[in-house]
Write a protein that binds this ligand. Structure first.
Ligand code: ATP
Length: 238
């Protein structure tokens, strides 16, 4: 069976600095796969390359068996890859509903769009309650919900989430992680980048540990969660 996403020997550089140095992994339909690792490991660079925002210097990216290397970013969205970026990038002066609708900019099925706006409100009731308010009035965690809702509005086959727990309170983080688990239960395929290794591995089917541009360890979420070196390096244990 072909994986939904196959990344092979991916290399990405900023000028002379190679940030991703031959990374390979795959994501099967219906799975949650996580990339964990400290600051600067190359996680964001990998996601931005999959989205077409950065061009690789080497390697292959295949989505449903087709190479993405020569495809521009907007076309990649229409193929079914959605990216909820680090730092959220919502539009603060636009309303919550307008922000969600932006995520559907490639769609023309207004009934389907309305249904998916409602789906975001079902997932995140606070967004529905405040739908007409400027998105900039939301808390950090609520903005994260909006960024996820907006990414889902393109009906992605693969949802890529970059550090959804960043800067959130423990309670808000738990809410976001619970929503990711709910999306998985609904059949959404997710590639999750996280510095919070514990939370990410607890819900991932597979995980990969990235260190300075390379995958140093791979396994099921459960195996990595119990791996001694992961526990020492990423879960703060002695
Ligand atoms: P973080 O959690 O801090 O985002 P990360 O694992 O996502 O970490 P990247 O942001 O992908 O890591 O960074 C990988 C490497 O590339 C780092 O050494 C970083 O300094 C470098 N880098 C990232 N963006 C740029 C850029 N625009 N120009 C030059 N170097 C960059």
């Amino acid at each position: 069976m072909t994986a939904l996403l196959e990344v092979e020997d991916l290399r990405v550089a900023y000028g002379k600095i190679e940030a991703v140095k031959g990374v390979s992994f795959s994501v099967e339909a219906g799975e949650v796969v996580t990339l964990i690792g400290t600051n600067g490991a190359g996680k964001t660079t990998t996601l931005r390359t999959l989205s077409g925002l950065l061009k690789p210097v080497g390697g292959q990216i295949k989505f449903e068996g087709k190479s993405l290397r020569k495809i521009p970013a907007h076309k990649i969205v229409s193929l079914g890859l959605a990216h909820s970026p680090e730092g959220r990038h919502i539009f603060p002066r636009m309303s919550i509903e307008e922000n969600l609708l932006l995520g559907a900019f490639l769609r023309k099925d207004s009934a389907g769009i309305a249904k998916d706006v409602q789906r975001s409100y079902d997932l995140f009731p606070i967004l529905g309650e405040r739908r007409k308010q400027a998105a900039g009035t939301l808390s950090g965690g609520e903005q994260q919900m909006l960024a996820m809702g907006r990414a889902l509005m393109s009906q992605p086959k693969l949802l890529m989430l970059d550090e959804p727990s960043m800067g959130l309170s423990p309670i808000m983080m738990q809410k976001i992680m619970a929503t990711i688990a709910e999306l998985k239960a609904q059949g959404t395929t997710i590639l999750l980048v996280e510095q919070n290794a514990q939370a990410a591995l607890a819900l991932a089917d597979h995980g990969h540990v990235l260190e300075i541009g390379k995958i140093v360890l791979s396994g099921t979420g459960r195996d990595l969660l119990h791996d001694e070196s992961v526990r020492k390096a990423y879960l703060g244990e002695d």
